[in-house]
Design a protein around this ligand. Structure first.
Ligand SMILES: [Zn+2]
Length: 183
């Protein structure tokens, strides 16, 4: 059971909530109420306020986040766990998530494109299907398009977290962080 820290973008309320939930000595702590429309600066600042208080020896879970940029910025501020609808929601809207950009496969430029979504990706979708075929499925309103894009998008975020973990263990996290400059 995790305690969920609330408090919006108000430092005093965040601190009060973080102190109270910490006092309950729970197995882990979640940070709720962020990534709901506030600015990136406000979100990252609130994470810093809360994580300065939560016990460093317990897992910290940032709820509803997020993009590759948000995930790596969260890790830089002490977050251990994420969850988000982003990869599957983007998939239902014909968008392929890549580590540093996105492809909207509806675009006519992909009509005859034989490449996979990401040439460096070894997910099931990228190993078997071209951008052109995925675009065909989308235009035909075939459900398989969202399924295949979801497989790729979720895989991409898992691959990112594996890369982050390796960078932390190899003491190269700071340079990895500096590669992700675009929110
Ligand atoms: Zn892929």
């Amino acid at each position: 059971m995790f305690g969920i820290v609330q408090g919006g973008i108000f430092d005093d309320l965040r601190a009060q909530s973080a102190h109270f939930t910490s006092s309950l000595d729970l197995p882990g702590y979640a940070i709720g109420g962020l990534s709901v429309g506030e600015s990136k600066e406000d979100m990252l600042h609130s994470i810093e306020v809360v994580n300065a208080i939560l016990p460093a020896t317990k897992p910290r879970y940032l709820m509803g986040v997020g993009t590759p940029y948000d995930i790596i910025q969260g890790v830089a501020r002490g977050i251990d766990i994420f969850d988000c609808v982003l990869p599957t929601r983007l998939a239902r809207h014909s968008t392929a998530l890549r580590l540093k950009d996105r492809l909207n496969l509806v675009n006519a430029s992909f009509a005859d494109d034989p490449l996979p979504i990401d040439e460096n990706c070894d997910c099931y979708t990228c190993q078997h299907f071209s951008r052109a075929y995925l675009r065909h499925l989308i235009l035909a309103k075939e459900m398989l398009a969202a399924t295949l894009l979801s497989i790729h998008n979720v895989y991409t975020l898992i691959r990112l977290t594996q890369t982050i973990r390796e960078a932390i263990l190899n003491h190269t996290f700071q340079s990895l962080l500096e590669e992700y400059t675009t929110p």
